[in-house]
Design a protein around this ligand. Structure first.
Ligand SMILES: NC(=O)c1ccc[n+]([C@@H]2O[C@H](COP(=O)([O-])OP(=O)(O)OC[C@H]3O[C@@H](n4cnc5c(N)ncnc54)[C@H](O)[C@@H]3O)[C@@H](O)[C@H]2O)c1
Length: 461
């Protein structure tokens, strides 16, 4: 692969011709959950693509033709087999790849530190490297989720302050296309979910739109600048965090009043302007909690007191594991048994159903609390069988795990758990306590099963 083009100097006709004939060389820095499917999509569209990552094991795995997301990104396994070693390979050598790339896409992690302050160190360190490595007239596109203003200020500065003294808009072009796909259904989202494009000037927006139009079938929405595109991405996720907090509070209230939250939500959906969100044991993953803190961080930087509603939502959602534990206590009291030294089985540790991902998962908080209560913890998750997670060896067989359990807690509503029949659980479990923090059971079917049941937002049935 080599940089063949001064991409920013091409007219529309030349650009389209270069894209269609596969002349544009692409590198994607950060080939994790989002970056790898992105890189595969570029390669699959005919553009020679190299994925860069500091994780040498991941790079080795990919170059050995093993697809790291094979369990949970349907569709991309087929594309991987098609493009690997044809249009795509992986490398750890950023210094060799970037100077020869026309388009450099960043899909680096943007987590938060232990004080909930956004951690942009991966982007800033790569930005510094780009300052030394970018060829003139190349195009940098940031897909990572960042707070509005970060690109215009800190990130561009990290590139421009290198010895090469490159200037954004003159020596290189830069824009954003925030990633909004949902893990577990990335192919579906890459085919259907409209994407936002913002850049430092209209010409760059136009070029990014043309390249992405070639790779993805989705609608592209031009934004006036990078910060507006990033604001849209954060707004959609913070909206969800807030609404989940609202439903979580309702769930706790309705338990006391004896109203079933699921019945309420089902009926509320009939109102055209109600958008349903569901209660749960907390809000995890690399997006929602982090994005709320990114928005809070931005408000603080702007000298605003804070974003009160978002801060409150975080407090509520982070307190949900405590509520799950209180449901467990309540059920043990009813059963007349002691929680201490009992075997509590956690069903599902992923932060969301049907994905193999435990980033910021509420399961971890629940497990910590159970350890503090001196319970013996068993974990069964179809995506994490017979492995060591949170210093515990996970179970490999659900029925064997049930036979050992004095209680179980549904934490993640994986598909496999939806088929669990309360009568079956009663027949297998050592002691029939079931805590349902995802409302997967039908109250009617629980009623006659003999389970000691506590459901979030459902209370005692
Ligand atoms: N996972 C999601 O649900 C999701 C959805 C939409 C957007 N996003 C955003 O996309 C971005 C990437 O998230 P992800 O979930 O793919 O993260 P990830 O952790 O799965 O992947 C990031 C990759 O970057 C690599 N990396 C870290 N530092 C590096 C460096 N200095 N140089 C080269 N490689 C480096 C890591 O080794 C890793 O493989 C984040 O900003 C995230 O917020 C994630």
């Amino acid at each position: 692969m080599e940089q063949k083009l001064k991409i920013m100097q091409l007219n529309d006709h030349e650009l389209i011709e270069s894209i269609q004939s596969g002349y544009i060389s692409v590198c994607v820095i950060g080939i994790g959950r989002i970056g790898l499917p992105t890189a595969l999509s570029f390669a699959n569209s005919g553009l020679p693509t190299i994925g860069i990552d500091i994780n040498s094991k991941l790079v080795e795995m990919i170059n050995s033709k093993i697809f790291p997301l094979k369990d949970d990104e349907p569709g991309y396994d087929v594309i991987f087999d098609k493009v690997i070693h044809q249009k795509f390979h992986a490398s750890t050598k950023i210094q060799e790849v970037v100077p020869n790339s026309d388009v450099i896409i960043l899909s680096l992690p943007t987590p938060m530190d232990k004080n909930n302050i956004p951690d942009y160190s991966a982007l800033l360190s790569v930005g510094k490297q780009l300052g030394e490595l970018l060829s003139k007239n190349s195009l940098v596109i940031i897909e990572s989720t960042v707070e509005p203003g970060f690109i215009e200020n800190e990130f561009i500065n990290s590139i421009e302050s290198s010895e090469k003294k490159l200037i954004a808009g003159k020596d290189f072009a830069i824009g954003v296309c925030p990633e909004t796909a949902n893990p577990g259904q990335i192919m579906n989202d890459f085919e259907k979910l409209p994407r936002l494009v913002g850049a430092i000037n209209d010409n760059t927006t136009n070029i990014i739109m043309k390249i992405y139009k070639h790779v993805f079938t989705v609608d592209l929405i031009p934004m006036p600048n990078c910060k507006t595109a990033n604001a849209v991405k954060l707004t959609t996720n913070v909206f969800r965090d807030l609404n989940i907090a609202f439903v979580n509070e309702l769930a706790i209230l309705f338990e006391k009043v004896g109203i079933d939250i699921m019945t309420v939500l089902e009926a509320a959906k009939s109102k055209y302007n109600f958008q349903v969100h569901y209660a749960g044991p907390g809000v995890g993953g690399p997006c929602l909690p982090v994005n709320s803190y990114q928005m809070i961080n931005l408000a603080k930087k702007m000298g605003l007191n804070t974003l009160k509603s978002v801060e409150t939502a975080r407090i509520i959602n982070e307190s949900m594991p405590d509520h799950v534990i209180s449901l467990l206590h309540d059920a043990f009291t009813e059963s007349g048994k002691s929680l201490e030294n009992s075997n509590v089985l956690i069903l599902g540790i992923s932060y969301k159903p049907d994905v193999k991902d435990i980033q910021i998962t509420p399961a971890e908080v629940i497990i910590k609390k159970l350890k503090f209560l001196k319970t013996n913890i068993l974990i069964y998750d179809p995506y994490f069988k017979s492995t060591n997670i949170f210093d515990l060896q996970t179970e490999s067989n659900l029925i064997e795990a049930l036979q050992k359990a004095d209680a179980l807690i549904i934490v993640t509503a994986h598909k496999e758990f939806h088929n669990l029949d309360p009568i079956f659980l009663k027949s297998k479990m050592k002691n029939p306590i079931v805590i349902d923090s995802k409302c997967i059971f039908n109250p009617q079917s629980v009623k006659n099963s003999g389970l000691i049941y506590r459901g979030l937002g459902r209370g005692k049935i």
